[in-house]
Design a binder for this molecule. Sequence first.
Ligand SMILES: [Zn+2]
Ligand SMILES: [Zn+2]
Length: 86
Amino acid sequence: MSAIRYNQVIMSEVGGSMAAETLCPLCGMENQCGRAAGCPPGSCWCDQSVFPAALLEQIPLEARNKACICKHCLERFVAAQASEPN
Ligand SMILES: [Zn+2]
Ligand SMILES: [Zn+2]
């Protein structure tokens, strides 16, 4: 029965660490992280980006240091900061 096999494949993918690492902890969309895709450190766009501490604080504790914030969330946060009179 191929249906049983199919279920086992899905279960192993969800149970692995890949699922959480490829999703942005803030919006739940794919974060396009090169490191989660298996690329060496330094090759991901996030390695060339600066993440403000205030943005990192929005990540749930259990998700910190596991998955990248996506580029969209970073740019949105930076834009919001820049538009604030300070
Ligand atoms: Zn995001
Ligand atoms: Zn990354």
